[in-house]
Design a protein around this ligand. Structure first.
Ligand SMILES: Cc1cc2nc3c(=O)[nH]c(=O)nc-3n(C[C@H](O)[C@H](O)[C@H](O)COP(=O)(O)OP(=O)(O)OC[C@H]3O[C@@H](n4cnc5c(N)ncnc54)[C@H](O)[C@@H]3O)c2cc1C
Ligand code: SF4
Length: 855
């Protein structure tokens, strides 16, 4: 066809957007002129990640929109009617003619007809735009979330009606807004659709520990107001009264089929626009995709089936014959910080099927596999607490078990072992269920030259939605003999080392310039902190200024370490472990006045735990006034230089280990690096400071200092190796300077010094050649870089306290700066405050229980 045809798409949600992209990539000849009519005022955004809005993600960050000159996108212009005879749709602004019409109108949140939920009760109030009474909300769009956030200001309690997937997300949002949170669920367990009874019980424990109160097995019968019109609370079906200031209804969704219904299209038995396997409605010019479509009568409430439908219709509109491949309704989610996954026949509805379950109350892990009656075929499963095995298990559904059931279920089943790894999967196994990509397709793409994860993502789309299959993509590349690319992430094809050089040489000072000139997209949790660290290493000023703030991870963002209960730890620097009694008293007073748990660490510092975010500036004010500065316990930076008492006090000491430790700690404080850096100085070969387990360790000799490099504790403890002997203090400092700067420039992201030296061609010998013999001619530059760092150092906490703008970020709730997080509570253990854990159980050392293993 040479003439262009008119394509109108109704709805610019996730699936509508995917459809437009899929069509545009296929329609090279420009056969279709595309108009998208959208009800919302935002272009398509990632609804699956909607809750990230409460974690600070902006609408722009959630956006899926790709500017495209070939698409006429009209925001805030909902379609109100379809005239099938004249092939036109009508909006408030006019009419649009179509040759093909695609409905991608999604769903609306279902609000049950609860007495008091609506401004005016009655059938008109129920539907896509119910007139909910003030204080009652749904949870579907950016506008809904903005409205909830605004209403929550200054209010104390919130309740969510519905304890399913969405209800728990909404509960977390209310928690984050500082409201005491309740969840009312009609079923006897949380997430009744996805998890079974035992999984629900495990979830309940997690949820309660977060301070969210579940009310299970009860319905909401009425929402009541006070005489002043404010919401008063809920009446529950067991007669209980639940006071609350705000209600979010998350009781399910219904397909938005009203346009189709009014236009006389056939609907599914339970609603939704009925379509055939090619996603065509009863009118051959009209198609429906996503949550509004009922494919052969079934509606799907997940994004993956919608994406599959989008591909089908895009293919059909350019003359193809694709049909809906069926849906994988697996889901992996992080709800209220708890990993939960359900896949395949999670409820064990297949006749004769067997369950293998694993419950470990100590680690809070619950896992269940559903097997065929002969225990050979994996049918489905549920994982709560540890979902590492999810990608491999989900991809094995319908095929033979990829390993012995117990080995598959045991925690830390990271899916990388041979048994459960990708090597064991059949070619037809779907590795990426969101985009329906099989192992065979991935193997084909690798054979055609996709030799890294971004390449596989680009040519197969695998890993581009929920991302849970990315570890499997890496495994597949590795078992296919591909040496993995050094690309930092999908936004940068460069390694950290290359980015360092690019930033340094081009004098780049912002992430946005870097990504615009040398990368793609908007960045992610991998590349942003790396770039933040590089900029800090190159002396880009205060780490939370301007754009740099948004690059930092949570710890750096608040200049404090976040702990498991959401509080922060405060760690003042105590160089070399030396401290005056006056300073000790100040720390003691601060700890007492702010009721902080206090612990002396192995690195010779004093950690103060349990500070709420809004307390941090007040605590640091007192510490800074007493002469303390940030210990950088939160940063990938120099931490401590431990020391023994050395020749000053010890009978055996041959050098002043304390004096050297203090001098070095002050020299390198604040130095940002690919990983944290630790050091120690011992005053003689007896090694009381354990210097050889550090990134750089120094041991005094009769003639000076021995320098050891590349040790660390952690997962793979390693002793440092002897680099140089009997050094003068000046020589020692020079070599350490160069060592640190060379490491910062050339190591990979999160690579510790031990692994860095191990990976180096020539190892320690090479390092010696570079740092001592200047074999690369770099020494002058490394020396100068370190000197710049020393000259530019400024204490981050002092800088923060001096600037009211910088202090503004230290609030538990952006919208309610004076409200402390009510979910943070403490109990007393050994005379000190510790996070309240409810009915905290003693740690049991027995084996986890395992039930029902088929023989
Ligand atoms: C908080 C939340 C978390 C979720 N988590 C997950 C998850 O973890 N995994 C998962 O698979 N799914 C999840 N989902 C579901 C997922 O978001 C949906 O399956 C997906 O968005 C469906 O895409 P869609 O395009 O069909 O509908 P939508 O994204 O809802 O888009 C439909 C669009 O059409 C517009 N529209 C409707 N009528 C008209 C009209 N007459 N004219 C013009 N425009 C119209 C709507 O305003 C809307 O913008 C989640 C949903 C929410 C709300
Ligand atoms: S390392 Fe040597 S100098 Fe230091 S405390 Fe031990 S014995 Fe004394």
């Amino acid at each position: 066809m040479s003439e262009r045809s008119e394509l109108v798409v109704v709805g610019n949600g996730m699936v509508g957007q995917r459809f437009v992209e899929a069509l545009r990539s296929r329609d090279g000849g420009g056969r279709w002129r595309v108009t998208v009519l959208a009800e919302e005022s935002w272009p398509a955004y990632d609804r699956v990640r909607l809750s990230a809005f409460f974690d600070g993600a902006s609408a722009e960050e959630l956006s899926l929109h790709q500017p495209d000159d070939g698409v006429d996108l009209r925001l805030g212009e909902p379609v109100v009617a379809i005239d099938r005879e004249r092939r036109r749709v009508r909006t408030g602004a006019g009419e649009y003619r179509y040759d093909a019409l695609v409905l991608a109108t999604g769903s609306y949140p279902f609000v049950p007809p609860i007495d008091g939920a609506y401004v005016a009760a009655g059938p008109d109030a129920i539907g896509p735009t119910p007139s909910l009474r003030p204080g009652v909300f749904v949870y579907r769009t950016l506008d809904d979330l903005t409205a909830i956030r605004d209403f929550a200001k200054g209010r104390r309690t919130g309740a969510v009606i519905g304890g399913g997937l969405l209800g728990l997300e909404a509960a977390n949002a209310l928690r984050l807004l500082g409201l005491g949170t309740h969840v009312v669920e009609f079923a006897p367990r949380l997430m009744p659709v996805q998890v079974d009874e035992a999984g629900g019980a495990m979830l309940r424990r997690y949820v309660e520990e977060l301070g969210v109160v579940p009310h299970l097995g009860v319905a909401t019968t009425a929402i009541r107001s006070r005489p002043d019109g404010e919401l008063a609370g809920l009446t529950l079906s067991d007669g209980a009264w639940l006071p609350t200031d705000l209600v979010v209804v998350a009781a399910g969704i219904r397909p938005r089929d009203e346009l189709a219904r009014d236009a006389g299209l056939t609907l599914g038995e339970r609603g939704g626009v009925r379509v055939d396997a090619g996603c065509r409605t009863s009118d051959e010019r009209i198609w429906a995709i996503g949550e509004c479509a009922a494919v052969e009568g079934t509606c799907y409430g997940l994004v993956a089936p919608g994406y599959a439908m989008a591909e089908v219709v895009a293919d059909r509109l350019v003359g193809g014959t694709a049909s809906f491949p069926g849906a994988d309704t697996s889901a992996k989610l992080k709800l209220l910080g708890v990993d939960v996954a359900a896949f395949g026949d999670a409820h064990g509805t297949t006749p004769g099927c067997l369950d293998v379950t694993f419950t470990d109350p100590a680690t809070r892990v619950y896992a269940k596999l559903v097997l065929s009656d002969d225990a050979r075929t994996l049918l489905g499963g549920v994982l709560v607490g540890d979902v590492a095995a999810y990608p491999a298990l989900r991809a094995s559904v319908g095929g033979p078990l990829p390993g012995p059931p117990l080995a598959l279920l045991a925690p830390a089943g990271d899916g990388t072992g041979t048994g459960s790894g990708i090597a064991a999967l059949p070619g037809a196994a779907q590795v990426c269920s969101c985009n329906g990509v099989t192992k065979d397709q991935l193997v084909g793409a690798i054979a055609e030259g996709c030799v890294d994860v971004p390449g596989l993502k680009a040519c197969t789309r695998a890993g581009t939605s929920c991302g849970s299959c990315v570890p499997m993509l890496k495994q597949l590349l590795s078992v296919s003999g591909v040496s993995l690319s050094k690309a930092l992430c999908e936004h940068f094809a460069h390694s950290r080392q290359e980015l360092f050089e690019i930033i340094r040489v081009r004098e780049i000072r912002t992430f946005s310039r870097l990504v615009a000139e040398h990368g793609t997209g908007r960045g992610c949790d991998i590349c942003k902190p790396v770039v933040a660290s590089i900029l800090a290493s190159l002396g880009n000023g205060y780490v939370l200024d301007g754009e740099q703030a948004s690059l930092q991870d949570t710890n750096d963002h608040f200049l404090a370490n976040i702990q498991r209960d959401g509080t922060y730890s405060v760690v003042p620097r105590i160089p070399g472990g030396e401290i005056t009694p006056e300073k000790l008293i100040v720390i003691g007073e601060v700890a007492r006045d702010f009721q902080l748990y206090t612990k002396i660490t192995g690195g010779q510092r004093i950690d103060l735990f349990g500070a709420r975010v809004e307390q941090l500036p007040k605590i640091w004010r007192r510490l800074v006034d007493a002469g303390f500065e940030s210990g950088h316990a939160y940063g990938k930076a120099l931490r401590t230089i431990k020391s023994c008492v050395g020749s000053t006090w010890c009978r055996y000491g041959v050098q002043d280990s304390v004096g050297l430790a203090i001098a070095l700690e002050l020299r390198y404080r604040g130095l940002r690096a690919p990983h944290k850096i630790k050091s120690a100085v011992s005053g003689c070969a007896r090694e009381c400071a354990e210097a050889r387990s550090k990134d750089f360790g120094i041991i005094a000799t009769d003639n000076g200092w021995n320098l050891y490099l590349g040790g660390n504790g952690g997962f793979r403890p390693r002793h440092a190796e002897l680099f140089a002997t009997d050094l003068s203090t000046e020589e020692l400092v020079r070599y350490v300077d160069r060592f640190l700067m060379f490491y910062i420039r050339t190591a990979d992201r999160l690579q510790r010094t031990a692994a860095w030296i191990e990976a180096m061609d020539g190892g320690l010998e090479h390092l010696r050649a570079v740092l001592v013999d200047d074999s690369l001619g770099l020494c002058a530059e490394l020396d100068a870089a370190l000197a710049r760092h020393v000259g530019a150092y400024s204490d981050e906490w002092r800088d923060t306290l001096e600037d009211p703008d910088r202090l503004r970020r230290f609030t538990s709730f952006v919208n309610a700066p004076d409200v402390p997080d009510p979910s943070i509570t403490f109990e007393v253990e050994r005379g000190q405050p510790v996070p309240a854990m409810g009915e905290r159980r003693p740690v049991t050392l027995g084996l986890p229980t395992t039930m029902g293993v088929p023989s």
